[in-house]
Ligand binder design. Structure first.
Ligand code: S3P
Length: 171
């Protein structure tokens, strides 16, 4: 992989994209961008509030604009929101300069993780693995198709996942 490509982390809520992204950026001394944080900065409010007052479509529009902005950046580490890949334009923009890493985790592991952090609007109604099935069924094939590398984070420590990615990019 050339030095300047972005490393783009994709995957479901709770996959660890932000935590792993920060760790990789720090190890490689590269800038780190988190699309959710950028959307919140643009909107001036938290994602929960965007969903609550403006709705999901408004969030997706802000998310798309954020990803378009990032598409001209090189050499960064980018953590995406779990649903960003639903939009074909986002997929194309992320793939253009990006080495795509799909952080996989087993559904029951994802559920336990998203129930721990209480700030995700789409997680609020999900109580069981079955309840996640629609979102997972829609997204899993896209994550896999986009990915240059798939890493299973289900039972792994942050450090292990970080090392696996660094090794894959030849660091
Ligand atoms: C979403 C995931 C969230 C955030 C928003 C919608 C989704 O990001 O973008 O709540 O559609 O899966 P994380 O995957 O970082 O939790």
């Amino acid at each position: 992989m050339t030095e300047i490509r972005n490393i783009v982390l994709i995957g479901f809520m709770g996959a660890g994209k932000t935590v792993i992204g920060r760790a990789i950026a720090s190890a490689l001394n590269r800038p780190f961008f988190d699309t959710d944080t950028m959307v919140e900065e643009t909107a001036g409010v938290k994602i929960e509030a965007i969903f609550g007052t403006l709705g999901e479509d408004a969030f997706r529009e802000l998310e798309m604009r954020t990803i378009q902005e990032l598409s001209s950046i090189k050499g960064a580490v980018i953590a995406t929101g779990g649903g960003a890949i639903k939009n074909q334009e986002n997929v194309a923009a992320l793939k253009r300069e990006g080495f795509i890493v799909y952080l996989y985790a087993r559904p029951e592991v994802l559920l336990a993780r998203i129930k721990q952090g209480g700030e995700r609007p789409l997680a609020a109604d999900i109580e069981t693995v079955d309840g996640m099935q629609m979102l997972l069924a829609e997204r899993e094939p896209i994550y896999r198709k986009m990915a240059d590398l798939v890493v299973d984070t289900s039972d792994a420590l942050v450090n292990d996942v970080e090392n696996e990615i660094l090794q894959a990019i030849g660091y």
